[in-house]
Design a protein around this ligand. Structure first.
Ligand code: FES
Length: 158
């Protein structure tokens, strides 16, 4: 057994592991993270993918010991952070206001909404922030050349 130290989903972490433990076993058994799970155990299906220093690895084959000193990100972190820190604040701020406007002006155009410009400005800001999450999800899903596929969305029309 040995102790490794790393960053897990943005927090400092350490774990005592055996040299044969995979990163998926460590995440499951030491941190109760089940988003990456073993299925084929041969590096073929992608169910076990985690990001290590920004690179997608097959967690069923990747030894936990290799994560020593690395930055590890799991799908749970991407999903929860994206929802709680990007989408929820935007939606909880603007959705009630837009809904109120729509109720008061059932035939009104959204462009007539007094908050339209401010809302769109914050939407563009949120879209730029979401690119990092989209790239993370794409890497976990095995999308090739994710940057090329996603980058155009990071430049929203003004
Ligand atoms: S469990 Fe299928 S690739 Fe790891």
């Amino acid at each position: 057994m040995r102790t490794i130290h790393f960053t897990l989903n943005g927090e400092k972490a350490s774990a005592e592991i055996a040299t044969h433990h995979t990163i998926v076993e460590m995440l499951r058994d030491r941190f109760d993270l089940f988003g990456a799970r073993e299925s084929c155990a041969q590096g073929l299906c992608g169910c076990c993918t985690v990001l290590v220093d920004g690179r997608a690895v097959s967690g069923c084959l990747y030894l936990a010991a290799f994560a020593d000193g690395a930055e590890v990100v799991t799908v749970e972190h991407l999903a929860v952070t994206m929802l709680n820190h990007e989408l929820r604040p935007f939606l909880s701020k603007w959705h009630p206001r837009l809904r109120e406007f729509e109720k008061a002006h059932p035939d009104g155009q959204e462009s007539a909404w007094p908050d339209n410009i401010a809302c769109r400005g914050e939407l563009r800001h949120a879209q730029v922030h979401l690119v990092g999450f989209a790239l993370g999800f794409a890497r976990l899903a095995g999308v090739r050349e994710a940057e090329a596929a996603i980058a155009p969305a990071s430049q929203p029309a003004v």
